[in-house]
Design a protein around this ligand. Structure first.
Ligand SMILES: Nc1ncnc2c1ncn2[C@@H]1O[C@H](COP(=O)(O)OP(=O)(O)OP(=O)(O)O)[C@@H](O)[C@H]1O
Length: 351
């Protein structure tokens, strides 16, 4: 799709790299951001990781960048966080121009990267103080800020242990606390819950919401559908370096009108699953039905997009029975973000 920013960056007034946005509620405005990795060796092929993305993030929202592995999420986030220079396009973050004034951008942003660089032999409290000093605070002030952060992020239970003894969730909570120690107004979170167990993920979601409730604008990348759905006010879905959809999770799902019916051709315990000819025959039968808007084979099941599951299911069963096909089970549900991705790209996010 051709996504349009809410405000072209060029409409803003640029003076010495500081930009007065025409719409003050926009905290990030990106237009046509691009990045191609050249590769080092002679045989290395260039990788067009991000091929021109536009989006606008409003003040105080949790904005999600959702996409499968290798889609270009981290590259986009790293460009916005000034870690890599875009090959083209422009962005304004917190009123500062990304390319002309990266230092100004750095003053207003915080970053929690996928792999944190925290020093393992230090304790969490010591690390917080060191990071505060790196942001220009004196020793005494840094210690005070570290203590206050330990309290406000609920780290007291483990803050005086060495970081190398922390669980994944504890480490992530410390990463968050470090990311906000200089009180940024925009926070970039790269896959904030990757690798965490469900209780730790729930805790991190709470933490992200708390940051937003304290007035921060959050830009996060994720490949978890449930995370984008539950946590984000708005999302862009990115695939192969391009944005394929954007909106609130419910708007995007509403675009896929109707219900999703899934016809399972083999049960969970059945050996070998459904054979390919059965899958192909089922798709052929169902594709011809006039109430079916779309058909996809997904593993050993066939997914149908219909207006109403209540009328579609009996008609689907009779069509299959007439063709001599016996499904193991049929279920229906409202569309998910995965269905949005499938409709836009022909693939599922889990592929
Ligand atoms: N330093 C690099 N050199 C060459 N290619 C790279 C480099 N970093 C990333 N890529 C490639 O660019 C593409 C986009 O990568 P990126 O890390 O932005 O994707 P992603 O959506 O964040 O993926 P993931 O969810 O796996 O982290 C991928 O094909 C990746 O292999």
């Amino acid at each position: 799709m051709t996504s349009r920013p809410l405000l072209p960056v060029h409409d803003a007034v640029v003076a010495g790299g500081v930009v007065a946005p025409a719409r003050r509620d926009l905290v990030i405005e990106a237009v046509g951001l691009r990045k191609t990795y050249r590769g080092r060796g002679r045989k290395a092929k260039p990788v067009a990781a991000v091929r021109g993305v536009d989006f606008a993030v409003r003040a105080g929202e949790i904005f999600g960048f959702l996409g499968p592995n290798g889609a270009g999420k981290s590259t986009t986030l790293h460009m916005l966080a000034t870690l890599i220079r875009p090959d083209g396009g422009s962005a304004v973050i917190g009123g500062a121009d990304l390319v002309r004034s990266p230092a100004r951008v750095r003053e207003v942003i915080g970053l929690v990267a996928q792999r944190s660089g925290t020093y393992d032999d230090a304790t969490g409290r010591q690390e917080l103080a060191v990071q505060a000093q790196m942001h220009g605070m004196g020793k005494a002030q840094a210690r005070g800020v570290a203590d206050a952060t330990v309290a406000s992020f609920g780290l007291a239970e483990f803050a005086d242990r060495r970081i190398k003894t922390y669980s994944g969730g504890q480490r992530r909570r410390l990463d968050f606390a470090i990311g906000v120690i200089h009180r940024p107004s925009v926070m970039f979170l790269d896959e904030p819950t990757a690798g965490l167990d469900p209780p730790s993920r729930a805790e991190m979601w709470q933490e992200v919401r708390r940051l937003r409730d304290n007035g921060m604008t959050i830009f996060l990348t994720t490949h978890y559908l449930d995370e984008a759905d539950a946590l984000c006010d708005r999302i862009s879905i990115i695939d192969k370096g391009l944005i394929v959809a954007e909106g609130t999770p419910s708007q995007l799902k509403r675009d896929i009108a109707g219900d999703v019916v899934t016809v399972h051709l083999s049960g969970p315990g059945s050996a070998g699953g459904a054979d390919e000819s059965l899958l192909a025959a089922t798709i052929a039968v169902l594709t011809g039905l006039d109430f079916v808007h779309g058909v996809e084979g997904v593993d050993t099941a066939v997914r149908l997009y219909v207006d109403s599951a209540a009328t579609a299911i009996p008609l689907t069963i009779s069509a299959l029975v007439r063709a001599g096909i016996e499904p193991v089970s049929i279920e229906f549900r409202r569309p998910s973000l995965d269905d949005v991705f499938l409709a836009k790209t022909g693939r599922t996010l889990r592929d």
